[in-house]
Design a protein around this ligand. Structure first.
Ligand SMILES: Cc1cc2nc3c(=O)[nH]c(=O)nc-3n(C[C@H](O)[C@H](O)[C@H](O)COP(=O)(O)OP(=O)(O)OC[C@H]3O[C@@H](n4cnc5c(N)ncnc54)[C@H](O)[C@@H]3O)c2cc1C
Length: 425
């Protein structure tokens, strides 16, 4: 027998300046922003591509990134550069289009991190964090090469579920105030071979509601939520719904994945049999995992409140803006509550919402910032989480340069840096 081996455990002894856990858009922007400040950055991602929900999760399109009425852009910086470059490489049909081709987005994100000098480890899942006196001293990552222990001066939690903070023992909130329930999970999927000229979403919803009323459709969602995808004859579906108690409970999530696939099949039969334009449709893809709209929210030094969003407050320590309003898919079943912002308005995201209490060298990027259940329903969309990510990356670098904890970062200076790079605060 030639070439017989046993595994030699891999080691990465180097202590990075910044370790970003999670390569969704928030993590990518955070990594690039920290590297742009001259830091050595390691980005770990459990899948084999970057983009998180925007790619692997088949979430589409980007939601509102500009004011209602004026149309003024509120999400800019790296996010806007990404849209422009995506257009230039044929990934969308206009420079600031919110519709995009996710396969091209994956490639663009690879290029962006490579250009910035970020080291990426794919197929690497963070599964443990060691914390001493408020400092995360190391993390364990399950990789294709086995378990790796990794170290960094500052860590950015961009996992969406606040895995890093939770594994380190930091406190978090889950779900709405009254019963702890989170927004439902949804498996996104796509139909090809759709006759778009004849497909009408309102007509589909009318037929769907009739069958639901007769008990012939079991999906608790109230209507058919679909979007014309960026490829001809392809319809994007965001219409399944699993109400689970805890989207970070492995048993519950496993059950939800199977339930949601059954709902997808139900929708396939429904569409083919009852909806004009869908007679010959085919299921071509579903996301690698069911999407989680809401899970752990860290307890931060500051919190994005419901009133911040609905009252379009401009906070002094703002590091990002949002123009997307309240959007709560019913955590308990059927129905969706939506409340737009007033015209020509935006709210702001306070820096302190990114900084977990009782911690020194960790910051959160993306949807798990400190917020109320209602505020999260607004701030979770991808243009905003991208901008939060960029701010987190700059703040991480500033904490290293100033030799301070994340809570002590000079926020006016951080704001200057963000705007200096073309962001809006
Ligand atoms: C069904 C659904 C529909 C939505 N629709 C829209 C929409 O139409 N438009 C819009 O703008 N927003 C939409 N959103 C919201 C938006 O997609 C997410 O809130 C947003 O992508 C969050 O960005 P993020 O970078 O914080 O997290 P994510 O995009 O979730 O990225 C987190 C990344 O971390 C990785 N990761 C997680 N845990 C670990 C770990 N332990 N170790 C290593 N890596 C890890 C993941 O693989 C992922 O790549 C939707 C969300 C869902 C669930």
């Amino acid at each position: 027998m030639a070439n017989v081996r046993v595994l030699v455990p891999k080691k990465l002894e180097h202590c990075y300046d910044v370790l970003v856990a999670g390569g969704g858009l928030a993590g990518v922007m955070a990594a690039i922003a920290a590297a742009r400040e001259g830091k050595q950055v390691l980005l770990i991602e459990k899948y084999g591509c970057l983009g998180g929900m925007a790619t692997a999760g088949l979430v589409f399109p980007f939601m509102r990134d500009c004011e209602i009425g004026s149309g003024r852009q509120v999400n800019a910086g790296l996010y806007l550069s990404m849209l422009e470059e995506l257009y230039a490489m044929g990934g969308s049909n206009a420079p600031h289009s919110k519709q995009y081709k996710d396969e091209l987005l994956k490639i663009l994100l690879d290029r962006m991190v490579t250009r910035a000098g970020v080291k990426v480890l794919f197929h690497s899942k963070l599964c443990e964090a060691e914390m001493t006196d408020g400092c995360i001293t190391s993390v364990m990552v399950a990789t294709v090469s086995g378990m790796l222990r990794l170290r960094a001066k500052v860590l950015i939690d961009a996992t969406g579920n606040a895995d890093l903070c939770a594994f380190a023992g930091l406190p978090f909130q889950l779900g709405r105030e009254e019963d702890g329930l989170c927004q439902p999970m949804t498996l996104c999927f796509r139909f090809a071979n759709v006759d778009m000229e004849r497909f009408d979403r309102r007509q589909a919803t009318a037929a769907y509601q009739e069958l639901r009323a007769r008990g012939e459709i079991r999906n608790p969602r109230e209507n058919v939520l679909s979007f014309r995808y960026s490829v001809d004859h392809v319809l994007h579906m965001n219409t399944t719904r699993a109400n689970v108690k805890d989207p970070t409970d492995v048993e519950e999530v496993s059950g939800a994945e199977m339930l949601l696939r059954e709902q997808m099949l139900e929708m396939y039969h429904f569409m083919r049999e009852h909806v004009p334009g869908m007679e010959a449709c085919e299921l071509i893809s579903s996301a690698v995992e069911a999407g989680i709209r809401e899970s752990r929210r860290i307890v931060g030094v500051s919190c994005l409140t419901t009133e911040d969003v609905t009252g379009v407050r401009k906070r002094e320590d703002s590091i990002a803006r949002g123009a997307y309003g309240i959007d709560i898919h019913n955590p308990a079943g059927t129905g969706t509550f939506q409340q737009n912002l007033p015209p020509n308005e935006y709210y702001t995201v306070p820096y302190g919402a990114l900084v977990p209490v009782r911690s020194h060298n960790v910051i959160v990027a993306g949807r798990s910032i400190s917020s109320t259940h209602e505020a999260l329903s607004a701030v979770r969309v991808m243009p905003i989480t991208s901008c939060i990510g960029e701010a987190a990356g700059i703040a991480a670098a500033m904490a290293i340069d100033g030799d301070t904890g994340l809570a002590e970062v000079n926020v006016p200076r951080l704001r200057e840096k963000i705007t200096g790079y073309g962001g809006l605060v």
